[in-house]
Write a protein that binds this ligand. Structure first.
Ligand SMILES: Nc1nc2c(ncn2[C@@H]2O[C@H](COP(=O)(O)OP(=O)(O)OP(=O)(O)O)[C@@H](O)[C@H]2O)c(=O)[nH]1
Ligand SMILES: [Mg+2]
Length: 429
């Protein structure tokens, strides 16, 4: 959405804090990523500064002397906005703007800005607006009006913009309204998902750091026409496509929003319904950009976010993408190597996905004697029970279990369960 035509390119000064001299290089890398976020938002980084200090100053985040220094630098570089790599408290932001005489924003505001510019669907727009309003609400009071009226800059754009000047009560009302809207959309989504589940197609979700090639892979596999761009957070309205695996089984493959270091809480909350689909998936395809020197860090960030959305228990298949560009490091974990660009490894990936799903979804039937409630309880703990039916000699329990749970159940139950019928039906076919 181009809300405001930009008549100037906003000039940005980046600021990071390293807690020790040794951390400097790491923080510099993090500023590289912040710079690409700023670039994606359409602004220009003209200078960067790193301060080494043990912990942030509660009043000004960086040291007071450093703030004065930044004010001078901002003048000489003709800086419009100073962007800090960490989340600033509303108080820090106010104090910094007072001394700097220009807008001070944080990494969260930049990410929210990129999201605001990229949202397309009704749900995506509502989610972003909700996140923006919740971020801005505590920051409204005491903001210098001449600063908040500078429109068209990072942190001022987005669907909430005209509402910015309204009072807190109006904003809170809008937040409530958005919540209800999103809840309604989520109910709709749930119904759709239920009816899909009814068809018992496995749900597979593509997850990964932003810009690793998730949407490219979805397109390559399903012939979908999803937006692929060499920019961060190209996908905010994830699509799901049906896909036939080489074994003949059909799966539902879902694209998702890319993750990033310090993905703002407001966004995770606002995108909860979208991300729920990840937590409910049967299998995650964790796409990694093997050509990035930061691949391992990025994987860690992705897993931390997966844990935050309650998806850490979902089985994960690691896919190392962009191998046409070569591996950036030797210590990447095992994974299916592919290149969406050259097509290498993609068919193999499909075969592996099929194998993994079959291993995950096998149905097994146990006949449990009537007097062994303990075993029944164990089965319920270890596997997804599909049905229970009383027979002459016991209860017949049909379960869906992965290999590990199946092996465990077999070991525990072998001795007492007679007449165990092993169906080993493959649910997918
Ligand atoms: N060289 C190379 N580039 C690739 C490959 N796969 C994807 N890309 C490029 O990587 C960039 C990002 O691709 P996307 O598919 O938009 O990535 P994404 O993970 O969906 O990104 P977000 O939606 O922003 O999180 C694009 O410029 C793609 O053309 C690959 O195998 N090799
Ligand atoms: Mg994408």
């Amino acid at each position: 959405m181009t809300l405001i035509e930009r008549s100037f390119q906003e000039r940005i000064l980046l600021v990071g804090v390293a807690t020790s001299g040794r951390e400097r290089q790491m923080v510099n890398d993090q500023l590289d990523e912040l710079a690409s976020l700023v670039d994606t938002a359409g602004a220009l980084v003209v200078h960067r500064e790193i301060q080494v200090r043990e912990r942030p100053d509660p009043a000004t985040y960086i040291g007071k002397g450093k703030v004065d220094e930044l004010a001078v630098l901002s003048e000489s570089f003709d800086v419009d906005t100073v962007v800090f790599d960490d989340e600033l408290t509303p108080g820090q932001q106010r104090n910094l703007e007072k001394v700097l005489g220009r807008t001070a924003i944080d990494r969260t505001a930049v990410i929210l800005d990129v999201f605001a510019q990229n949202a397309r669907s009704q749900e995506g727009k509502a989610q972003v607006e909700l996140a923006l309003l919740r971020y801005r609400l505590p920051r409204l009071v005491g903001r210098r009006t001449n600063l908040s009226q500078q429109v068209g800059r990072i942190g001022t754009r987005g669907p909430g913009e005209t509402k910015l000047e309204e009072d807190r009560r109006r904003i809170q009302e809008r937040i409530g309204q958005l919540r209800r809207e999103l809840a309604a959309l989520e109910r709709q989504r749930r119904l759709q998902r239920k009816s899909r589940l009814h068809g018992r197609n496995s749900q597979v979700a593509l997850v990964g750091y932003t810009n690793v090639g998730k949407s490219s892979l979805l397109n390559a596999l399903t012939g979908a026409d999803v937006v692929v761009e060499d920019r961060l957070f190209a996908t905010l309205d994830p699509r799901t496509r049906r896909l036939k695996l080489p074994g003949g089984e059909t799966i539902l493959l879902a694209d998702t929003v890319g993750f990033i270091r310090k993905l703002p809480h407001q966004l995770i909350e606002a995108f909860r319904s979208t991300l729920d689909a990840v937590a409910e998936a049967d299998l995650l395809i964790h796409v990694v950009d093997a050509s990035s020197v930061h691949a391992l860090d990025q994987m860690r960030e992705v897993r931390a976010t997966l844990a935050e959305i309650g998806a850490s228990e979902v089985p994960e298949l690691v896919v190392l993408n962009k191998i046409d560009l070569g591996y950036a490091s030797d210590d990447l974990p095992d994974g299916i190597a592919i290149s969406v660009t050259s097509g290498e490894g993609v068919n193999n990936l499909l075969a592996v996905v099929g194998d993994r799903l079959r291993a995950l979804n096998r149905v097994e039937v146990f006949r449990v004697p009537f007097d062994r409630g303990d075993i029944l309880a164990e089965i319920h703990r270890e596997a997804e029970v599909l049905s229970e039916e009383n027979q002459d000699d016991g209860i017949e329990v049909r379960v869906r279990a992965d290999d590990a749970a199946r092996a465990l159940l077999r070991r525990h139950i072998e001795s007492v369960v007679s007449d165990r019928a092993v169906e080993d039906t493959d649910e997918l076919s």
